[in-house]
Design a protein around this ligand. Structure first.
Ligand code: TYD
Ligand code: MG
Length: 452
């Protein structure tokens, strides 16, 4: 009898090793190696290439843009770069219960309502359970079919017989290939399943959505190669206990990756939030110190957000610095700059910085907002409620220019703000505005004059 070939895979990153190891040399995770049987490739005949690759001139290739299919959910289309491209593989990751199945069922509903043939395959829920969820979302047409299946061979047959234009696989970690001997969700199985769906999507020119579970670090569980194989990777984020959800594109072969879509979870499913700025700054306390409105760009869309800071005397030898939604290293750096370049001595202060609404923002343009919130809390003096700010802060305390200043000012005007604190360099190239007072600053030294 032929000896079974086994190798060890790191379940975190997919690193392959012939021997068991305590720590993965690639991702440094401990105890992540699991033995898996691999298919023997020996003796397998290489399939003859029947349609040899053709060389074509770039101008002779027909564009795909007109072929984009709208899902009927504007925010979802925005993240996809304007709609779905035929024959693509879309991976949606996110924490359990965040709404992955819900949004895909809504997308399926819209596509089916437009006469498209859709197949929803679930390995996690029974068809009755899917129906129960569907009842909350509205009426469905007969073009949407459901199936409860985990075997890759059966699914392949199902797709070939049913000939759907769109398929949802919920989730990739439950799928099982018979010729791979490891458990569903293991690296080899996930890789095999993704490969199968990739082949189906490209050969039949259908769009397949894959739902991916995430690890505790927030990455899609399974090998990194999963993200490389698919065309588009979207992450659903947001606090499960709050009602809003953010869909973020992290990889997109057919569009920009910076776009986000904002949704609100209602009892009738996810609803789009068309003006996220309004949503983000809702409930800002009035005349309170340590609260500032900043403006960040997410792709092509400006989003206003409230930066909150609380600076208080510390009883600890090493003061506590905590952030939610902002980068902690950035906050530490900004506090050091404020101390050295503007004379705010906060070395013995605890500092807590929070981007209200639980949204994660790492754009340097919110530096000015964070700095203003910190000094406002430190001095316990509020910043005018109708003021917004944006700008990057350098280590010398200089306020550096940011991109798309006009769009940011326009968004602030739209929401009724009357003053905008911005980098002086950006102001030079902008015309004066009657509706909003634009104040250009060059250094963090000028910040204290905005405290009222
Ligand atoms: P679900 O889509 O099942 O999450 P995932 O597939 O990402 O694990 O998440 C559903 C959650 O949303 C669940 O906690 C219930 C809630 N929900 C609503 O609030 N309203 C609704 O209309 C639906 C369908 C779900
Ligand atoms: Mg689900």
């Amino acid at each position: 009898m032929a000896k079974k070939e086994t190798v060890f895979f790191c379940q975190q990153c997919g690193y392959e090793s012939p021997k068991w190891m305590g720590q993965c040399p690639a991702c440094k995770e401990w105890n992540s190696f699991v033995e898996e049987t691999v298919k023997s490739e020996k003796g397998k005949k290489v399939k003859a290439i029947d349609n040899a690759a053709k060389i074509v001139s770039i101008n002779a290739v027909e564009g795909l843009d007109n072929a984009r299919v709208k899902t009927g959910i504007g925010e979802f289309d925005r993240v996809l770069g304007g709609g779905l491209v035929n024959g693509s593989l879309v991976l949606i990751g996110g924490d359990p219960g965040i709404g992955k199945s819900t949004i895909l069922l809504q997308v399926c509903r819209n596509l089916a309502n437009c006469g498209k043939k859709v197949l929803y395959i679930s390995g996690e829920e029974s068809v009755q359970q899917i129906k129960l969820r569907a009842d909350r979302l509205g009426a469905f047409t007969d073009d949407l079919s459901l199936a409860c299946e985990t075997s890759l061979t059966s699914i392949e047959n199902m797709i070939e017989n049913n000939k759907p234009q769109f398929v949802v696989i919920d989730s990739i970690q439950t799928m099982y290939g018979e010729d791979v001997n490891s458990a569903p969700g293991s690296v080899s199985q996930v890789r095999e399943a993704t490969n199968t769906f990739l082949r189906i999507a490209k050969s039949l020119d259908i769009t397949i959505f894959l739902v991916g579970h995430v690890t505790k670090e927030g990455a899609v569980a399974g090998p990194r190669v999963l993200e490389h194989m698919v065309d588009t990777v979207l992450y659903f984020e947001g606090d499960r206990h709050a009602s809003y959800r953010i869909l973020r594109g992290v990889k997109n072969r057919f569009g920009s990756t910076n776009e986000i879509g904002v949704f609100e979870m209602r009892d009738t499913g996810l609803r789009e939030v068309e003006n996220p700025s309004e949503f983000m700054i809702e409930g800002k306390p009035k005349d309170s110190s340590g609260s500032v409105i900043a403006c960040s760009m997410e792709g092509t869309r400006p989003i206003l957000l409230e930066v909150q800071a609380l600076v208080c005397n510390s009883n600890l030898a090493i003061p506590r610095r905590t952030t939610v939604g902002a980068d902690i290293n950035r906050v530490n750096q900004l506090m050091a700059v404020l101390e050295k370049r503007a004379g705010f001595n906060m070395f013995n202060c605890d500092a807590y910085v929070n981007i209200a609404g639980g949204i994660r923002m790492n754009e340097p343009a919110i530096d000015l907002g964070i700095a203003l919130a910190i000094i406002s809390s430190y001095k316990d003096k509020p910043i005018d409620d109708k003021t917004i700010c944006f700008g990057e802060i350098g280590l010398s305390g200089e306020v550096r220019s940011v991109s798309m200043a006009e769009q940011r000012v326009k968004e602030a005007k739209k929401l009724g703000f009357t003053t905008c604190i911005m980098p002086a360099i950006n102001l030079k190239s902008m015309a004066e505005d009657k509706e909003i007072k634009l104040i250009g600053i060059e250094s963090v030294k000028e910040l204290s004059r905005f405290l009222s």
